[in-house]
Design a protein around this ligand. Structure first.
Ligand SMILES: *[C@@H]1O[C@H](CO)[C@@H](O)[C@H](O)[C@H]1NC(C)=O
Ligand SMILES: *[C@@H]1O[C@H](CO)[C@@H](O)[C@H](O)[C@H]1NC(C)=O
Ligand SMILES: *[C@@H]1O[C@H](CO)[C@@H](O)[C@H](O)[C@H]1NC(C)=O
Length: 149
């Protein structure tokens, strides 16, 4: 069960641990709110600090939908390796990442055939050798019936 209080205690611990790198390592959203209709496609985008030289020996990405009483995994990378098995069934076959821009520090997640239950708060947590950070955006998918009546 997703408990906001528990998650935030974890966030606090993690931000204390990475306080020295917090000034240099940042995760941002390019847009904080997205509006869409059922069956449309959308691209959710996050950015994170990358090195101008060298590459990461470690990259962890954990993107999820924080729905009431549950947390659904949208996309996960563990030590630079994609873990598709972690993805929640709700998103199965509907999420694609733009790999070309990932190395530039852009997490572009294409979600197709949107459903109303995809609505909610999306958080991506990113950890590299340089630090840890997270950012959130909100997606509102309205049902098609709202357009007709
Ligand atoms: C994050 O946002 C801040 C403020 O808009 C900006 O200065 C910074 O360059 C951004 N960093 C990344 C990695 O997107
Ligand atoms: C939505 O994405 C799916 C799968 O990637 C694609 O087949 C479809 O053409 C896209 N629809 C639109 C309206 O872009
Ligand atoms: C979501 O969009 C619908 C239709 O535009 C709107 O009526 C509703 O208030 C929105 N919900 C939120 C949480 O913004």
């Amino acid at each position: 069960i997703y408990e906001p209080e528990n998650i935030c205690i974890l966030c606090l611990i993690l931000s204390f641990l990475s306080v020295s790198s917090a000034a240099t390592f940042v995760v941002n959203v390019t847009q904080s709110r997205y509006e869409a209709e059922e069956n449309q496609n959308i691209t959710l985008e996050w950015t994170f600090t990358t090195r101008t030289q060298g590459s990461y020996r470690e990259l962890f990405i954990y993107c999820s939908l924080l729905a009431p009483h549950k947390e659904l995994v949208l996309y996960r990378v563990h030590e630079g390796v994609e873990i598709p098995e972690s993805q929640d069934d709700q998103f199965s076959g509907r999420v694609q990442i733009d790999k070309d821009v990932l190395r530039e520090g852009r997490i572009r997640l294409h979600v197709s055939r949107l459903r109303t239950e995809d609505s909610g708060l999306y958080r991506c947590e990113v950890k590299t050798g340089d630090g840890f950070g997270s950012a959130e955006c909100r997606l509102n998918v309205s049902g098609e019936f709202l357009l007709r009546f």
